[in-house]
Design a protein around this ligand. Sequence first.
Ligand code: H2B
Length: 96
Amino acid sequence: MTLARLNDAERAAALNDLPEWSEVRSGKAIERQFTFADFSEAFGFMTRVALLADSQDHHPEWSNVYNRVTIALTTHDADGLTQRDLTMAKAIDALL
Ligand code: H2B
């Protein structure tokens, strides 16, 4: 299923609900940095995000350096930000 990209007003409203996430790539993605106690905590989190992502068939662009994880969410099929990214961001926040 391909969803439409959010317009400027929809993006602004959505970001109000996701205060830890920032717009990047001219509004085509949102990004959040997470810091954990150590690598084990960070990788445990990534494992849970990976299972969530596969169950939603919506996959993050991310990187990990020791105890830090950076996640960017964008919808490749729509070349921008969609409701799928917002749903995923909320689900990721709920894991914490
Ligand atoms: N993840 C993200 N972030 N964007 C997509 O457009 C996307 C995805 N598409 N995961 C899915 C998989 C698609 O490739 C499969 C075929 O459903």
